[in-house]
Design a protein around this ligand. Structure first.
Ligand code: SF4
Ligand code: SF4
Length: 276
């Protein structure tokens, strides 16, 4: 029976162990978390004034790459397929406004906290300290940025995950006869899968990412590392626009959406073929 176990999670990351799930399905989840889960990002920028050293296009690109909170937007705005084609369709876009200027002799860095939501406070930069532009003396930039839902496969700015990796679940075995208890493996282990507690090695295979650092530093060759064929470790790191749990759940929803789309197309094609 399929089993899912959450082995670690925090506001930015989640790691789950998937058992008795086909590899293709586990990998589809990983890909969907990067490419299919919709998020909000700026897609059009209207400049009212720009006397800075940077061209409009450069500033627009920087603004588009600022992650925007999308948790509520996901249920509030129309899907990317509707908005992509139709320009300013109702229910697609929300706007943010930025205005900054400097006096004579003044130089400032304009950060993302100056990008203010106009209609929807739930679509805003995830943090206020992302630099956008440096304004020199007596410079000004005023713009309106329009955001909509999109998918990572269209542009990376819409991807909710910064990392999504899938590995086999590790099998780690320590030969206690060879081990000198030098502790080097636990010092090098980046995930805490091998730790030294009271002078003894403690192993947690569910935390292992199979990086092999422990094997490389173990001169007595006391560690043997392999992996299970029926269990996978899926790790997702969020960019901050959605919680990692939401990315995972929404990935399943997106796969189901694509399968339904496929089913409907297949039914249509078959009924057309039958009617001809
Ligand atoms: S590096 Fe090798 S010898 Fe040293 S504690 Fe780890 S397993 Fe034992
Ligand atoms: S393979 Fe990497 S993550 Fe796994 S136990 Fe060794 S050092 Fe740690």
């Amino acid at each position: 029976m399929v089993s899912v176990e959450v082995v670690s999670r925090n506001p930015d990351e989640i790691t789950v162990i998937l058992k008795d799930v086909p590899l293709e399905y586990a990998n589809a989840l990983r890909r969907a978390s990067l490419e299919e889960v919709p998020t909000m990002a700026v897609n059009h920028v209207v400049f009212y004034d720009n006397t800075s050293a940077l061209a409009d296009e450069v500033i627009a690109h920087r603004i588009a790459m600022i992650p925007l909170t999308s948790e509520k937007a996901l249920d509030r705005y129309k899907p990317p397929e509707v908005c992509r084609e139709g320009g300013q369709v109702d229910g697609c876009y929300t706007s943010l406004y930025l205005e900054a200027e400097t006096g004579p002799g003044e130089v400032i860095t304009v950060y993302s906290d100056r990008l203010k939501p106009q209609e929807d406070p739930d679509v805003a930069p995830i943090r206020g300290d992302i630099p956008i532009i440096v304004l020199g003396p007596s410079q000004r930039v005023v713009l309106e940025a329009w955001a909509r839902l999109g998918r990572g496969k269209e542009h990376a700015k819409w991807s909710p995950a910064t990392v999504a990796s899938l590995t086999y679940l590790a099998l780690i075995s320590i030969d206690r006869g060879r081990c000198t208890k030098c502790g080097l493996c636990s010092q090098k282990c980046p995930t805490g899968a091998i730790r030294t507690v009271n002078g003894e090695l403690v192993v947690r295979e569910d935390l292992c990412n199979l990086c092999r650092q422990c094997v490389k530093v173990c001169e007595p060759e006391a560690i043997s590392l392999s992996w299970r064929r029926d269990a996978y470790r899926l790790y997702i790191e969020s960019s901050g626009v959605l919680s990692p749990e939401r990315i995972l759940v929404q990935s399943v929803i997106e796969i189901r959406r694509k399968l339904l789309e496929f089913y409907e197309n297949l039914e249509r094609v078959l009924s057309e073929a039958g009617g001809s």
